[in-house]
Every structure is written in C-alpha cells, then in structure tokens.
Design a protein around this ligand. Structure first.
Ligand SMILES: Nc1ncnc2c1ncn2[C@@H]1O[C@H](COP(=O)(O)OP(=O)(O)OP(=O)(O)O)[C@@H](O)[C@H]1O
Ligand SMILES: [Mg+2]
Length: 508
C-alpha cells in the first residue's frame, strides 16, 4: 500500500558535526505517507540528532531536507510543525505545572474576544484524551500524572499539530504493555490516515510489530534501509552492532538462594497513599528482582526504601542495627544507592560534566571538606565510563550533550562509584541499546558476586530471570508474591503479575 509512493519527508546526505565529532556523516533517509519507518542504532548512533535536523531543532552542516519533493529549510521546530511535522522528543518537553488541557492546546488556544475559552478547552481536551483511551481530569496538573500519561499527552499534542509526519523518539520507554498496545492502535489509525510515522525505539519486538521499513545507523553512518518483511531480528541486530550479539543469558546460573548474611531488612515499611506495608530482607551477594505492571507500586516501594518519600510506618535495619531513613541523604549514609527510572526528573545534572555527574554522590558521602582531587575524579570517572562503555567525546563535556542512553549509563556509574552496600536499580536497561543490555546484566551479576545486596526493578522478564536469586511481585501497591528457585521463569512471573486480575477489558 505504502509500497511505491513518493516520500513525504526526506533527508539527503545529511552531515552534522559537533566539535570534532561527526554525529552524522552523509545520511539519507526517507519516510513515505502511510508507513511506519523505524530508525534504529546503538546509543549515540545519531538517531535523535537526525530527528532534530528533520524537525528544525538543529541545522545540518551539509545535505538537504526535502518535503513533498521540494527542498525546505526549517528554522525551528515550530516552523516544521507549521509544515505538518509533529514531534515527540526523547525528553518530554511539556509544562508539568500546567493542566493537561493547557498542555494539549498550548500556543493555539481557542479564543473569543481575545479570551481563552477555558470551558471549550476542557471539553475538547477530555474528548481528545478519550480517543487515546484515557479517562482523566484534564484540569489537573500534568505533573500529577504518571510518566506514561504525560507521554500520551505529548503524543496527542504532536498528532493534533501534525498533518503529514509524526516523529516519535522512544515513545514507549515508560509505557507498560497495555499502554504500548494502546499507542500501537493509535499509530495504526494515523497510518491509515496517511501520516508518515518515524519511530525510534530500543525494543526490537515493537519494531517488528508496527514498522514497515527500518533504517539503521551506526556511528553516524547510514548502514541501510530495508523492508522489515525481508529481515530477521538477528539480522537487524547485526546491522546495528556490526557483529552478532553476545548475550548468554541462559547460561547464567541463577535462582540459587543467597548464602551471605542478611544485609538490610525492611519490616512493615509502608505509606498510606503509596504502598501497603511490606517486609523484605536482602542478603549480601543477593539480587532480588521486582516485577509488576507500571503503577503496581514498584517504584513507590523503592522510593520509600531510599527516603525519597517518607514511610509512615515500619523499621529498617542495616546489618542488624536500626537506622532511620527519612531522606535520601540518610539513605546514602546508611550505604544505600538508588538509580532511578526517570533520569531527567531524578538523576542527571545536565549542565555538569560527565565526570562531575559520576562523582557527585561519592563526594556527597565523603563530605565536601574531603574534596576528591582532580586526578582521583578522573580515575573514578574513567573506570566506570570504561566498565559501562559510556560514549562521550570527553568527560568534561556537559552530560546533556550525551545521547539519551549514555546519560542513563552515567547515572548508573554514579551509584556504582559510590560503593554502596545496598543498591536499588529502577529499570536499569530502559533506553539502553540491545548491545549494552548484556553489559548491564553482566554488571549486576558481578556486583552480586562482589557481595552487594541489590534490588532490581525491571519489566524485562528475561533479564530478571538472568540475575535474580529471588523475585517479588507487586500488584495494586502490595507485595503479593515471592518466587524462589525453579519458579523464577518468565511464565511464572507473568502469571503472578496477572493473577486473577486479567479479566478481559470490555470491547467498546
Ligand atoms: N548538542 C550536542 N553537542 C555535542 N555533541 C552532541 C550533541 N548532541 C548530540 N551529540 C553527540 O552526537 C552523538 C549522537 O547522539 P544522538 O543523541 O543522536 O544519539 P542516539 O542515536 O539518539 O542515541 P540514544 O539511543 O542513546 O538516544 C553522540 O555522541 C552525542 O554525544
Ligand atoms: Mg536518542
């Protein structure tokens, strides 16, 4: 259908240079009306940069953009929007303190006699959200909703603004399975309407589920554009990495009970509006995986443990001694580390350098009067950057200039450098390319062998199975199951997550 139609939007021979670094080196790319075109590549391959050039956020250093067969120059994203190109960037750029409705209609509010028609906005916004299957109060602040809802609002806004092309840069990174399905339904509708859709993701199964064609970048170079019907997942990965993936999950010995002494115990820890009281002990050299749907209370549990939210009941002991944790600083002093899911909100200091971002938690723990010397800082940053394969031109560059996945690795490096005895990782592989997933799974297993206690929240069940000694399952803000030994398989975990709540939704 989309088969032989002319491209709606094209990039020809695009070059983009940052300092010494060629982020894009003569890249061709074209999206046709009515197709979903996936753009793939490792962290730092140049995907977001290409999108930013196609949508006017960056100017190219060479090459041209062609819209409907005619060369164009977009001065900024608003300008591109005016030509029918709507974008949801990797980092959501909405206003959390404004209402959902205002965010949807920002800059194009229906007015009468110069006054914004608030009532009209609320009605329209409610109807619009309903088409995405969201029944929410659009007058509430956007920031009061989950990342998933915020993401859908961003998508709805971009779709409404764009007539020809919709660009989605990792739109599903914070969505759970049901929400991803909802989004795919929306994509299918938009595709039928004749929109050209550019889709960036690190989830290969999603690429095969929705995309018609794929373009693969590696180190700023175009590797190729193919019909997905002619490719296997293995071939796609080989094109991305330039080699086969060494994963080796299945060979890892797992699910043995941890033999070390108990390191940290949470007894009856809970908070009325967040998580029902739970009791959990973690041993030295143990990984406890946490499974559950988005919104099941996984992240809330981690936030209570680390004092981001204060518990209103329960006790914590570390190596048998009671500790009080009412804020993250106390958690750090107790030897805890927490690598959060949403790097933009909770983790990264964009203006600070890669080096500073890595050493900041360690420095805070040592106390500022014991300032780390510059060569110590370089040594620590260098070691963890190597371990995790962080790709940055140098460690003095502001971390906001790194690709999204590399920023995620910087936060992980920060908490490893802090030398914790108990480390919480919330979705550690989110936004990270398939090649580096294996690296992170190996890192978790290595930390376990070094005697750390780890709590790892993840939706990637294959990975949970590959590193967990035990798995706890959250549902409806309660800890509902604990799995051991042979029960630690994706199938058993899925069953525990779903339980009897998996009644089919009514078809409307
Ligand atoms: N404004 C900038 N200044 C300097 N370097 C930049 C800038 N923006 C991007 N880069 C560099 O360009 C390269 C490509 O980055 P880009 O964000 O396009 O990667 P990506 O393919 O989207 O990766 P990810 O999957 O991690 O999001 C990276 O090495 C990045 O550090
Ligand atoms: Mg990116």
């Amino acid at each position: 259908m989309a088969g032989e139609s002319h491209p709606v939007l094209e990039a020809r021979g695009i070059v983009k240079i940052f300092g010494q670094h060629r982020a894009l080196d003569g890249v061709d790319f074209a999206v046709r009306p009515g197709e979903v075109h996936a753009l793939l590549g490792e962290n730092g391959a140049g995907k977001s940069t290409l999108i930013k050039i196609l949508t006017g956020a960056y100017q190219p250093d060479g090459g041209e953009i062609v819209l409907d067969g005619a060369p164009v120059r977009f001065t900024d994203p608003l300008n591109a929007q005016g030509s029918g190109i709507g974008t949801v960037y990797q980092e959501v750029n909405l206003l959390p303190n404004r209402s959902v409705a205002e965010n949807l209609f920002l800059g194009r509010q229906p007015t009468r006699f110069g006054l914004v028609q608030r009532h009209a906005i609320v009605t329209q916004a409610t109807a619009l959200m309903a088409t995405y299957g969201l029944d929410i109060d659009v007058r509430a602040e956007l920031g009061s909703y989950s990342v998933a809802v915020q993401q859908i609002v961003a998508i709805a806004r971009a779709v409404e603004l764009s007539g020809k092309v919709l660009v989605l840069d990792e739109p599903t990174a914070s969505l759970d399975r049901n929400e991803v399905e909802k989004l795919f339904e929306v994509i299918a509708k938009l595709k039928a309407r004749g929109l050209g859709i550019i889709f960036i993701t690190h989830f290969l199964d999603q690429v095969f589920a929705v995309a018609d064609r794929v373009t693969i970048l590696r180190n700023g170079q175009l590797i190729g554009t193919r019909d997905l019907s002619t490719l296997t997942a293995t071939e796609v990965v080989r094109m991305m990495l330039g080699k086969d993936l060494a994963y080796g999950h299945s060979s890892l010995p797992v699910a043995e009970a941890a033999k070390g002494p108990v390191k940290v115990t949470f007894t009856g820890l809970g908070r009325a509006d967040r998580v029902a009281p739970f009791t959990l002990s973690l041993h030295e050299g143990e990984v406890v995986g946490v499974a559950g749907l988005l919104g099941s209370g996984r992240t809330e549990m981690a936030r209570l443990m680390f004092g981001v939210d204060t518990a209103d009941e329960g006790d914590i002991t570390v190596a048998g001694k009671p500790v009080k944790i009412r804020n993250p600083a106390q958690a750090v002093m107790a030897g805890f580390g927490f690598c959060p899911e949403d790097r933009k909100l909770d983790g990264i200091f964009g203006e600070l350098s890669v080096r500073e971002n890595i050493i900041i938690a360690l420095q805070a723990k040592l106390g500022w009067f014991r300032a780390l010397q510059r060569d110590e800082q370089d040594e620590i940053a260098g070691r963890y950057a190597d371990d995790l394969d962080i790709r940055a031109a140098n460690h003095d560059m502001p971390v906001k200039l790194l690709s999204g996945g590399n920023q995620q690795k910087v936060i992980l490096a920060r908490w490893l450098a802090n030398d914790p005895t108990f480390l919480i990782l919330d979705e550690p592989t989110r936004g990270i390319d398939v090649g580096a997933h294996a690296e992170i799974v190996r890192t978790i297993n290595r930390l376990r062998e070094e005697g750390l206690a780890l709590l790892v929240i993840s939706s990637e069940l294959d990975e949970v199975v590959a590193y967990s000694n035990r798995v706890v399952v959250m549902r409806d803000r309660q800890m509902v199951a604990e799995l051991h030994g042979a029960d630690i398989t994706p199938a058993v975990i899925v069953a525990a997550i779903a339980d009897n709540t998996l009644t089919p939704e009514p078809v409307t």
